[in-house]
Structure formats: C-alpha cells, structure tokens
Design a protein around this ligand. Structure first.
Ligand code: ADP
Ligand code: MG
Length: 639
C-alpha cells in the first residue's frame, strides 16, 4: 500500500462535490439558496442546455465585499457561522462553506458581486479549481454566479447526465422548492433564452403552487394551521380526491428548508387513514416553523434530512392538525350555481383562505380541534354507538336500537326500530337535529332537507363510508364477530389466489371471514362478519385477493386490514340503482352523521353536495331582505 499523504485541496473539493453536486439541479439548488441567504428580493436563473452548458444565477442581495470575493470560492469558507454555538441554531440555508468550492472544482465558474456601499463590482474566475486573482468590473449591487461546462473536469460524472428534458425536470423541482418556501422573492427562470417561469413576489403560497402544479390543484387544496409549543404548522393539503400514486407531491419545509422527514411524512399519511385507498398518497404542502435550536440540520451533506428534537410532538401535531381538518365540517363540496354569482361571499371566504383566518373561523377551528382531540383520546369502546366527532352521546340513538348493534343500515334496518325522523327529535337540544324530509332520486341519490339548505348524497358512497368506519372502529377493539354460514360459499381460485388466501388467513380471520380449503383449487367461506350480514362473501374475497396479487411490494398488516375493510364495505353497501324504503333512507342519513363527518367515501369520491339555503336565496333573488348578505351559518349544518 502507498504511503499516506495529504490530498490536494482541489481533490478534496472534487470529493466534496461528489456528495453535493450530482447534476445541474444540485448547482441550481446551491445558487438559489445562496441568493436567499443574501436576502435577495429578485433572482434570475438562466440556463442553457438544461444547465449542462450554463447555469447563471443573478440576485439583488447583499453582495460580497471585494476582499471576500476570492474567498467565496475557497473550501470551508462561509460568512454564515463562526463558532460551534452557531452550529446549534442555524437560521440560514447554507453554512458548510463547501458549495461554491465544490462547484468550482468540477466546472468553470465566474463570480461577480458588489455590495451596496462599493463603487464597483469585483469578479473572480475559476477553472477546474484554479482561482484567478480578483479584478474590478462593472455590475449592479448583488451577486451573479455563472457555472459553465459542468463536470468538464470529471467526465465520469458527465456521462451520467440524462436528457435535457430530464435534467430540466430536476431543475424545476429544485426551483419549485425554493419558490414555494419564499413566495416573496421574485423568481425568473429562462432556458435557452426562453422564459420558463416568471414568478412575481406574492404572499400567496397557493398561487405559487398554481404556477408549478396547475391552478386546479392549487384551488382544491385545503388550508391547515396550528400552533403548539413545539412548532407552528401552516399548510395546504389536498382533499382525498386529488391523491397521487407516489409521495412526490408531499412538500415539507422546516424553517424554510425543503426536507424529507420520514416521521412527519408518515404522520401526514396517517392523517388520511381510511380516506384513501392503501396505495394512494396525499398531496400536501406543509410549512413547519420550529425554534432553530430544536432542529439539527448538520446531519446530511445536502441537508435534505434533519434531526428534530421534538420529533414525537411534531408527529402528533401534523397528524392531528391535518386529520381534524379532513374529518371536520366544511369539507362537503358545495354545489356551485352555474355562471358567475357576484354575491357568493360565504363560499368565497372559505375557499380563499390564504390570508390570516378570521377570528370567527379560527374559533370554530378551535372547537373542531377540541372535539377531535377528545375523540382521538377516547379509548376504543366497542359496545358504544359513537356518533359524530365526540362529545355526542348515545342519546341521539333512535329508540329500539341497541348499543353495539350498529345496524348495517339500511338493509339491516328493522321495521320495528323507527328511524330518526322529524317525528323523533333528538334528546338534547344542542345537538344537530336529525335530517328533515328526504327522498331518493334515480334510485341512486338521496336528497334531504336540512335546516340550512339541501343535501344530496350518493347512497352507495355514503353507505360504504359508514360501513368502513364501523369496521375500522370495531377492529380497534379486536377481531370482528362472525356468523357461521348455513352453507359454506364455495369459491374456485387460481394457484396464486390459493397461496394468497393461505398467506392472508390471519387478516381474514380478524375481519371475521373464515376460509377453509375444500379441494386443490377450491375454498369454502365458512363464516362472515355479523356486521356485514348482507355483504357479498365471494365478491369480497375475490376483490381482496385481486388487490393482494396486484401490489408490488408486500403490504403491511395495516394496509391489508384497511383494504379488506374497503372491499367488504364496498360489497356490502347498497348500490346505485337499489331502490330504498323511506325508513331506509332515514336510517342511512342518520348514519351519515355517525360516519365521522368525513365528506368522502373510502375511495376518495365525494359522498355529498350541499346547496345552501343562502345560495338558493341568492339564485332566486330572495336575498334582498338580508342586503345580499348570507344569513346562513355553517355551524348550523347538521352534517
Ligand atoms: P455557504 O452557503 O455554506 O456559506 P457557499 O460555498 O455556498 O457556502 O458560499 C460561500 C460564501 O459565499 C457564503 O457564505 C456567502 O458569504 C458567499 N456567497 C455565496 N453566494 C452569495 C450570494 N449570492 N450573495 C452573497 N454572498 C454569497
Ligand atoms: Mg451556500
């Protein structure tokens, strides 16, 4: 083995570059972050050949003093920290002092900068790590850094670069991360002389999301916010309907830095539990602000991972804040009347919440939060008929309905047990009144009168949701109670399906589905959950096996149970086209309230639309008495 020797600075920088400079997008990230750290209000990013030929970032930030210009390109030189203590409370995006030196070791770099009090700018160039002496030049206050011929000095790396389209995709992603976290900074991006993004300063994160991901998505997002001692959370999350197949649309920022934090992203997914099919991933843009000394950013070369000192508190905060919003009221999509309606204030106020929330709405948020917090704290109570989000008790249960015997409404509805109707008012006056008059139309939708308008429900989606919630709730307490079949249902399966049945026997058992082999390719369903007495055992088993065989990686136990609950609920629920009796309609609508107020079926489709009385009044010009102001109040809605 050769003798040990000290590596040249150039080689050290190239090694460092190996870690942080993977492709043009990595350079873009470092340059944009430096501009943000320099308090720039406007950054122009110019690219040629997807950054392979040229990346130039020009900002109007603080600039670098003439004497410091050559230092900026040297390794381990930074203006952002000086002592070990500084490392404990980083408030800038950069601090390692490595980026520019790394970039200069693998490309040709020109840096020109001028501070506000300097008469002229200073420039310095470096090729392959060799820095030329600085010289005066002309230029505005701020900094411009040009990176040409990336990886010219490390051809091995250059070979790994992908097509321009792919590299531009990576660059856009990096630009988006900065643009979303710093909407007040004007960002312009050009590629081969053509404008790609022109993002004027704004205080609306939503409009930046619109610029990168489309206005439709941006408008669909729901605002979430909470403040706890561990941190302040603000964000925009997607309703279940906009879920994706990957986690790519989950943007988490901690103190203005884009990070991938497994724990917090897990909390986000948990918040959607039961609202999304097993493999769907929520869309979310979450901005977390924590005290700088409670987060260690010095754990990863590109700082994509951080260590949170209050990780468990923040986990709970993300989970509760998002889940409460998703389960809370106000998520039932509103029917928008056709054409522009000038006086549609009530809805407009709710759907453009980028500004600070009104005291009224935040008060309501607080109450919802409290209700959900109580609900989440409740131990599983299998023998209790839980209604709403907590706080509510069995007193609203219709007479004759026994606790624990949540009827698989409406098919299991006993004619002897009167459904809640206007004739059987709730026992407590502070509770939401039962639904008013309701009818079924097209054997598919239920239309109900509510104190403040009209509710239109998809009967299948709602029933599926009710059953799903009930299965999940009961699973928390233990295996579902099952009922033996008088005659086992025989199902013929393929070899793969036979193997899957064997593998998943335990999960099936937990749901109360007992399956026994009846031959080399036949199984018999011997028992089925009591709760789903009108379910479809064969369809449930087939749907479930189809899913098991379609997932790429082995699902977790929870995913398996969730999926099983989905297919069982879907198969057992009334279908579109099933005629329902009046009392069945009433029973189903009564359960809607019990279904945790979630506004979507487990597949993510909406279950209900609300047409408010105030909207009707506006449409029919009946709002003159109220001076065009909506008299209705959301809180009065029973759903
Ligand atoms: P770091 O950002 O970790 O400090 P860099 O290598 O990215 O390290 O930059 C080195 C130093 O150069 C920074 O600390 C900063 O003082 C200066 N610098 C780099 N880019 C800019 C810029 N756009 N505006 C002002 N100063 C800059
Ligand atoms: Mg930097």
């Amino acid at each position: 083995m050769a003798a040990i020797h000290v590596l040249s600075e150039h080689l050290v920088n190239q090694i460092a570059a190996g870690e942080v400079i993977e492709r043009p997008a990595s350079v873009v990230k470092e340059l944009l972050e430096n501009a943000i750290d320099a308090q720039a209000t406007r950054v122009v990013l110019e690219l040629e050949e997807a950054g392979k030929k040229l990346i130039r970032a020009s900002d109007d930030g603080s600039g670098i003093a003439a004497a410091d210009v050559p230092l900026a390109l040297a390794s381990h030189t930074t203006s952002k920290i000086a002592t070990t203590e500084d490392l404990e409370g980083i408030t800038t995006l950069g601090f390692r002092g490595e980026a520019l030196a790394s970039i200069a070791s693998v490309a040709d770099v020109r840096l020109a900068s001028r501070t506000a009090d300097a008469l002229e700018a200073t420039e310095v160039t470096a090729s392959g790590g060799k820095v030329e002496p600085p010289r005066p030049t002309s230029g505005p206050v701020g900094t411009s850094i040009e990176v040409r011929n990336l990886f010219r000095y490390v051809p091995a790396r250059r070979k790994f670069l992908k097509t321009d389209a792919t590299e531009m995709g990576h660059i856009t992603e990096q630009a988006a991360r900065v643009a979303l976290a710093y909407p007040a900074v004007h960002l312009a991006v050009t590629h081969n002389g053509r404008s790609v993004y022109e993002l004027p300063p704004t205080d609306s994160v939503r409009s930046r999301i619109g610029a990168f991901f489309g206005a439709d998505l941006a408008e669909a997002l729901i605002e979430v916010a909470s403040e706890e001692p561990a941190g302040r959370l603000w964000g925009l999350v997607g309703p279940p309907q906009v879920a994706r197949s990957t986690t790519a649309m989950q943007y988490l920022f901690i103190n203005g830095r884009y990070v991938r934090d497994r724990g917090l992203l897990h909390a986000l997914r948990e918040a959607y539990r039961g609202l999304l099919e097993g493999y769907r991933q929520p869309v979310a843009f979450l901005f977390l602000t924590v005290p700088p000394d409670r987060v260690d950013v010095n754990v990863h070369p590109t700082k994509i991972e951080v260590r949170l000192r209050d990780a468990h508190l923040l986990y709970g905060q993300v989970l509760a804040t998002v889940r409460e919003k998703l389960l809370g009221p106000g998520l039932t999509p509103h029917l928008l009347p056709p054409g522009p309606v000038p006086a549609f204030d009530a809805v407009a106020a709710e759907t453009s919440p980028d500004g600070p929330p009104s005291p009224e709405s935040s008060e309501r948020d607080d109450r919802v939060r409290q209700a959900v917090a109580d609900f989440l704290r409740q131990p599983p109570a299998p023998a209790q008929h839980r209604l709403g989000l907590g706080g509510r008790t069995d007193t609203t249960r219709p007479a004759g309905q026994t606790p624990g015997a949540f009827p698989p409404a409406p098919r299991g509805f006993e004619p002897g047990a009167p459904a809640p109707s206007p004739a059987s008012p709730p026992a407590r006056s502070d509770e939401a009144p039962p639904p008013g008059r309701a009818i079924q139309i097209h054997n598919t939708y239920l239309v109900a009168e509510t104190p403040d308008g009209i509710l239109i429900v998809d009967q299948h989606a709602l029933h599926e949701r009710v059953l799903f919630e009930e299965i999940v709730r009961r699973l928390e307490a233990g295996p579902l109670e099952s009922q033996r079949m008088l005659m086992p249902v025989t199902v013929s399966l393929s070899d793969r399906e036979m193997a899957a049945v064997e593998q998943q026997a335990e999960a099936l058992g937990r749901l109360g589905i007992e399956v026994a082999p009846m031959g080399p390719r036949d199984v018999g369903i011997q028992a089925f959950p009591l709760l789903l007495e009108h379910g479809d055992p064969e369809g449930t088993l087939r749907d479930f096996l189809a899913w098991v065989l379609s997932v790429d990686s082995p699902p977790t136990a929870r995913q398996v149970l969730e999926q099983l609950a989905h297919v069982a609920a879907c198969r057992a629920a009334v279908k579109a086209g099933d005629p329902l009796k009046t009392e069945e309609i009433a029973a189903l609508l009564a359960h809607r309230e019990a279904a945790q107020m979630a506004a979507t079926c487990p597949h993510g489709r909406p279950t209900a639309l609300i047409l408010r009385r105030s909207d009707l009044e506006k449409q029919f010009g009946r709002d003159y008495a109220a001076g065009g102001k909506a008299p209705a109040n959301d809180e009065a809605l029973p759903f």
